[in-house]
Design a binder for this molecule. Structure first.
Ligand SMILES: N[C@@H](CCC(=O)N[C@@H](CS)C(=O)NCC(=O)O)C(=O)O
Length: 202
């Protein structure tokens, strides 16, 4: 069985979804190695790397003898595996349901909409308009959630802030957020954390 103190290795490339688990690992304050997967040199498609991630993508994580992929899955795993960091409410905790909701929201609802707004520009104007409307509704939802809260779950920072914040930071850098809004302040608050800065240093 993999124990928390077994070696952790993150398969990583800057400015990709692999910054999500890297930010989380920094928040956990655990020792881990970073294995840079040189995407531009095709390192993710080598037979060696395909044994780590069969689809040849980043991120992936090795913990002891266990290997896994999917940024959301990795963040869920790590936050639960290192409970002392307090990044995931426990199974019976008051905030567990909300936590599960926001973790799933990050990749199943927010990510496709934001990608459509930022990356599909010019391809299909109708699709872009629809994505912009969906994104506005998402921003309103975050705004309402954060009205009296520092973080998505309340007063405590959690892995839900990492998963959703990683994408909303991209929206912020792309000038999609209203200056001075609650969402913008939340993004500034969470990206000012040393863990975020360290995870994005390269
Ligand atoms: N749903 C996966 C997506 C992984 C993914 O598509 N990663 C991109 C970088 S953001 C990648 O490795 N692309 C290289 C490729 O597909 O060739 C996750 O969240 O981990």
């Amino acid at each position: 069985m993999t124990e928390p103190d077994h070696k952790l290795t993150l398969y990583f490339h800057p400015r990709t979804r692999s910054t999500r688990p890297r930010w989380l690992l920094e928040e956990l304050g655990v020792d881990y190695d970073v294995e840079l997967v040189k995407l531009f040199e095709g390192a993710h498609k080598t037979s060696e790397y395909l044994t780590i991630h069969p689809l040849g993508r980043v991120p992936a994580l090795r913990h002891g003898d266990d290997v896994m992929f999917e940024s959301l899955g990795i963040c869920l795993y790590l936050a639960d595996r290192f409970p002392q960091a307090g990044l995931a409410p426990g199974i019976t905790d008051l905030h567990r349901a909300e936590y599960c909701q926001w973790m799933a929201f990050s990749t199943s609802t927010l990510e496709p909409v934001l990608f459509a707004v930022l990356l599909d520009k010019g391809k299909d104007p109708e699709r872009l308009k629809e994505a912009q409307r969906d994104f506005a509704a998402i921003v309103e939802l975050f705004e309402a959630t954060l009205r009296n809260r520092l973080f998505l779950l309340g007063e405590e920072f959690s892995a839900a802030d990492v998963m959703n914040g990683a994408m909303m930071a991209w929206a912020y850098k792309s000038s999609l957020l209203t200056p001075g809004s609650g969402v913008e302040q939340w993004v500034q608050r969470i990206t000012a954390r040393p863990s975020y800065q360290r995870a994005h240093a390269d």
